[in-house]
Design a protein around this ligand. Sequence first.
Ligand code: UDP
Length: 484
Amino acid sequence: GSEAKQLHVFFFPLMAHGHTIPMIDIARLFAARGTKCTIITTPLNVIDFADNIDRDKKSGLDIGVEIFKFPCVEAGLPEGCENLNSLPSPDLTLTFVKALQRFQEPLERLIEKHRPDCLVSDLFLISTADAAEKFGVPRIVFHGTSTFSLCVIENILRYEPEANATSDSEVLVLPNFPGEIEFKRSQLAKHAEDSHSDFKALRKKMSETELASFGIVINSFYELEPAYAEYYKKDLGRLKTWYIGPVSLSNRNVIDKANRGKKATIDGHHCLQWLDSKEPYSVLYVSFGSLSRFNNAQLLEIAMGLEASNVSFIWVVRMDKLKAEDQFLPEGFEERMEGKGLIIKDWAPQVLILDHPAVGGFMTHCGWNSTLEGISAGLPLITWPVFAEQFYNEKLVTQVLKTGISAGNEVWSAWIEPDKVSVTKDKVQEVVSQLMHDGEEAEDMRRRAKELGQRAKKAVEEGGSSYKDLTFLIEKLRVHSESD
Ligand code: UDP
């Protein structure tokens, strides 16, 4: 037959590092299969990944960028507030999500001009569904989290299991949920109520547009959470799902790995050299993602706990909400830890670090990207969720996969209040020692984690489950495009 026409796919990520990073990886995966890819973003967001895209283009991938003005002022946001990470207060989240719906019009113009074969857009960009529908373009949803979390959220929306609980510490089991996972009310309620009922209404709307979409791409691999993949599909009616992850494994070169999402504030090679001097599995990597902020009191407890545990560590501290003069380390800490602990102020080359053989554990806030990056690197985790579905990802790790131990945080708060400490120094020391030192339980966890890491890599190799699912998806889009 004649040569097939090149597919053209639009990718429209939510402006938040944890959503943009994996969406760009997905675009890369499509481009590597010969698809033309256009990533849509805004002026301040493109800065973070423009260099990586340039390198992709030079290496022959057909990836381009389209820029939409962010209507900050019109939407009631401060000027320059183009990313969830740059919100001055979490109270503006709803305003931000509403602002996103204003992209419908420019998106319609762009679709009309290029007539793409598909739009992959974030769940939060609800109005993109209307734009796509208007021109008969199939829209695929991307959430950026685990299937497990999606199942929990959907279950809560449907059955409101927290409604009958009498106290926050009451243990709940979600109705019809596979695996008898135990939650506390405090870990669920926020999603259902979420202080703004407006947000709940939006979340329901997201669910509806998702059900009406062409399908869902998931940054996970089937073998990681098969029971939930089936539940999501059969019980929750998400019939068209494609598992194409872990997408972080699509990063091929060191520079891309080092500067994922943002330019790292430490030289990647320096970091690797530091790690080279350490024994295999001896270093703990400590990071809480791009959004969570700890106060000085909590940072102090972490520092003291790490010191007391006597393990080598790399610890990333996000600086953008700390003032330069803030004292968040104990007196003389950095001098005492020289050679033993590396503190990265602001942004770390995370994937590069996790993949280094000296790293033996990861203390994480359980954002899905970090969790999956840890899993892909074959590492056991210390789970310390801070807000949102991080608490659900923690359950997946500790109760289903059994490759991690919980630091025990139950306080749901993106920005922990001044002076509040949710995990003490002693607890930090206890869990770090438990994970990093010898012992049968730790050994079992390490073995399981290592096995999962191998399965993750297999899934994305040619012939693996995620590799094949991407093939199916592209095939399906081709058929759809040709039937037009
Ligand atoms: N990340 C990074 N360096 C950092 C902090 C984060 O490269 O210092 C990356 C990390 O590898 C992950 C993403 O940023 O891909 C964070 O996403 P995640 O879902 O883990 O958490 P969120 O930031 O959305 O809470």
